[in-house]
Design a protein around this ligand. Structure first.
Ligand code: FE2
Ligand code: FE2
Length: 428
């Protein structure tokens, strides 16, 4: 049996290669710096003894050792101080190291672009991400023993789109302010019938925008934070939709009109979109079909707007929607490419939603009338007749472009036609 050593070495059976006297230094106040440089000078398997009179360093040295792949062997009470024994690189787990020395390129004008950050550990977007990675920024070195987060979307294809970094950069560059970027001052007084029609359409648009805001908000916390770019992009979508609600509501009240009627069809339609639990099906219904159809509606409104202010509002919203649709198309297309049988889930989603909506009134007469008044230029019979024609053409365009977007996804013509005909008469 070994002699009982007053120093207690035999208790742990090691002899430290170096002793570091830490005094009362706190971990963050200089002790870790010294520990790090002392460990660097040791060979693998050698032991560093750290002496410290500061009680709080016990947990901190243990955490530091776990993070850096070293092993805290023991701590011994030595009266006025504690002795900690740390073995270099012997924790059993391969030592991970944070990145160092990877400098991102600058784009013209000194831009630092998300598209260029796919290098080193940060650039390694995992196919699958464990839920215990929580909020650990992708690329950081984590300490073991972290809690599981309530993510349900933990695989890259479930959320990813190959253009996601481009879309994020566009989104941040194209933000606008609905208070100051619109020339509200120059909104002219309109004939009552036209103003009322604009207010009715703005009411309808704002109502739909709530769905566009709530749906990505529901899914965002389910997405594993390792898919940073998707999470950040959805945050811009949510901000866009908030601004759309704001801008459409402001336009409704700006000229003394006010918010008009909400139809039950709209609420049933948006409700059926909101309760969709599957992100793939939801992305398709919202971003490809719903917002895609809205692109054509907003285009129509920009073309026939009775004043430049209304035109500006819908044009700006349309530019934002273009990004949301682009994400939806890229995301759904990638999934279909990986697994073409997933197209059945899209047909099912459209069929199920259509069945729910069959039970409701299939029309939104106030909105249809308002669109006809706006595009006809007024409510005289000949104006209305022109307007009704224009709305009919809009419906044809909406159908045609919906089909075209679905062909971009890789769906066949017959399936695209079928789904487009099942699409909600509410547009979204
Ligand atoms: Fe929107
Ligand atoms: Fe949108």
């Amino acid at each position: 049996m070994a002699d009982t050593d007053a120093d207690g070495f035999e208790v742990i059976g090691v002899t430290p290669a170096t002793v570091l006297k830490g005094g009362t230094l706190s971990a963050g106040g200089g002790l870790l710096l010294q520990v790090r440089s002392a460990i660097q000078r040791l060979g693998d398997g050698q032991v560093l003894e750290v002496q410290s009179a500061e009680p709080a360093v016990k947990e901190e040295l243990a955490a530091w050792s776990r993070l850096t792949g070293n092993q805290m062997l023991a701590d011994l009470d030595a009266g006025d101080h504690t002795r900690y024994f740390i073995r270099k690189g012997a924790s059993g787990v391969p030592r991970e190291k944070p990145d160092w020395g990877i400098k991102l390129p600058r784009r013209p004008g000194g831009r630092l672009d998300m598209r260029d950050w796919f290098v080193g550990r940060l650039g390694d977007v995992p196919e699958e991400a464990p839920a215990y990675l929580g909020f650990v920024p992708r690329g950081a070195v984590r300490e073991p023993g972290m809690p599981e987060f309530p993510y349900t979307l933990n695989r890259r294809p479930e959320v990813w789109a190959d253009n996601i970094a481009d879309l994020y950069e566009q989104a941040t560059a194209q933000q606008w302010n609905a208070s100051t970027d619109i020339a509200w001052d120059s909104l002219p007084r309109l004939p009552d019938d036209v103003e009322r029609a604009v207010c009715q359409v703005m009411t309808f648009l704002a109502e739909n925008e709530y769905a566009a805001l709530y749906i990505p908000s529901r899914f965002l916390p389910r997405i594993n934070a390792q898919y940073t770019e998707v999470v950040l992009f959805l945050a811009t979508v949510i901000n866009d939709e908030a601004r759309h609600i704001e801008a459409f509501t402001k336009r409704a009240v700006a000229n003394g009109g006010g918010l008009q009627y909400s139809a039950s069809l709209t609420e049933w339609s948006l409700h059926s979109l909101l309760v969709q639990e599957d992100y793939f099906q939801s992305s398709f219904l919202l971003h490809v079909l719903g917002e895609g159809t809205f692109l054509d509606l907003l285009d129509f409104l920009a073309r026939f707007a009775p004043d430049p202010v209304t035109a500006d509002v819908v044009r700006r919203a349309r530019q934002d929607e273009g990004r949301h649709v682009a994400y939806g198309i890229a995301h759904v297309r990638e999934q279909l490419r990986a697994d073409p049988t997933k197209s059945e889930a899209l047909v099912t989603a459209a069929e199920e939603r259509s069945a729910v909506l069959q039970a409701t009134t299939g029309a939104n007469p106030m909105v249809m009338e308002a669109l006809a008044i706006i595009s006809g230029g007024g409510s005289l019979p000949e104006q209305m007749a022109r307007g009704v024609e224009a709305v009919r053409a809009l419906f044809n365009d909406m159908h045609e472009y919906r089909v075209r977007r679905m062909l971009q996804l890789g769906l066949d013509e017959a399936t695209a036609q079928k789904i487009s005909r099942l699409h909600t008469p509410n547009f979204m």
